[in-house]
Design a protein around this ligand. Structure first.
Ligand SMILES: Nc1nc(=O)c2c([nH]1)NC[C@@H]1CN(c3ccc(C(=O)N[C@@H](CCC(=O)O)C(=O)O)cc3)C=[N+]21
Length: 286
């Protein structure tokens, strides 16, 4: 029995990519050819999958995509040199350096080196700061995808109790900011939070981003709550699964995202939107 509404990230992301394709055509009609460069260092197999998905999305939307695949032994200096070259290239609008990077490379240094105007991940401290002051421009891809999933599946954020589990720079913290901007009442929980189950039981919306299987179990979910699963884990059988005990939670929740097919595809759809924002910003089309 399935009581909860299944929030279809594949379907919603397809709609967003369709909208982006229309906008890409308009931008091209003005003589600008949006272009994303993805840089992958090393040969992590999960990263390969994501990078391929990004390429496919670019093709579908009509964004030129170029990828650089560098060896696992690439030095920080070499990567920074490539970033500088891409910063200077007027034909390149978006630069995405796939994380995580091999340990000889300082990720923060690389993020800082990317021109903030080309930072389609919205990881650069300038863009993070703008996000916090309500500034416009880039939105962080996974958090923005979560907001779209909630809204486009018919749920309101305004006035709702939103509980986030996880405080990472790429999901927990920025999604808190976006939910607050949507007038949600936000609580951020993490590994040191006391009475996590109790806090979650008060939530109308739960966002789990811990990377730990079974972070959210049925006893933690209020009847009818919206449950967004950002986890990307492998279970004992090697199968991709989220943070949420899906089979049991779906009997209690009002709506739930699956993994795969939930937040993941949305991240890529929102990346496409940021690439168009980048192309417009750099050509005074905003
Ligand atoms: N600079 C940078 N930017 C990122 O945005 C970034 C990154 N580094 N490093 C890794 C994470 C992870 N990430 C995903 C993107 C798409 C799916 C995705 O498409 N998932 C599909 C399929 C997953 C599969 O089949 O393995 C799904 O959930 O249905 C997942 C994860 C982007 N990330």
């Amino acid at each position: 029995m399935m009581t909860a509404q299944l929030i279809d990230g594949k379907l919603i992301s397809a709609q967003i990519k369709e909208e982006a394709a229309k906008e890409a055509a308009q931008i091209k009609a003005k003589g600008v050819n949006p272009c994303l460069v993805v840089v992958l260092v090393g040969n992590d197999s999960a990263s390969q999958v994501y990078v391929n998905n990004k390429k496919k999305a670019c093709e579908a939307v009509g964004i030129r995509s170029v990828s650089y695949e560098l060896g696992a032994d690439t030095t920080e200096e070499e990567l920074l040199h490539l970033v500088a070259q891409l910063n200077a290239d007027e034909a390149v609008h978006g630069i995405l350096v796939q994380m995580p990077l091999p340990m000889q490379i300082n990720e923060e240094k690389v993020i800082l080196a990317i021109d903030a105007k080309k930072d389609v991940d919205c990881f650069h401290p300038m863009n993070v700061g703008l996000l916090h002051t309500g500034g416009n421009g880039f939105l962080p891809c996974t958090p923005a995808g979560i907001i779209e999933l909630i809204k486009r599946s018919g749920h309101t954020i305004q006035g709702q109790n939103c509980v986030i589990i996880g405080r990472s720079n790429i999901v927990g913290k920025p999604v808190a900011m976006l939910l607050m901007q949507e007038n949600g009442t936000v609580t951020i929980c993490h590994s040191k939070t006391r009475n996590l189950a109790e806090v979650c039981l008060g939530a109308d919306i739960i966002v789990s981003a811990t990377g730990k299987v079974n972070t959210v179990t049925a006893d933690m979910v209020k009847a009818g709550a919206v449950v967004i699963d950002v986890g990307m884990n492998r279970n004992e059988a090697g199968k991709l699964c989220g943070d949420v005990d899906f089979d049991k939670v779906k009997e209690i929740a009002g709506a739930i995202t699956p993994v795969p097919g939930g937040v993941g595809p949305m991240t890529i759809a929102m990346l496409m939107k940021n690439c168009l924002v980048a192309a417009k910003m750099q050509n005074n089309l905003m």
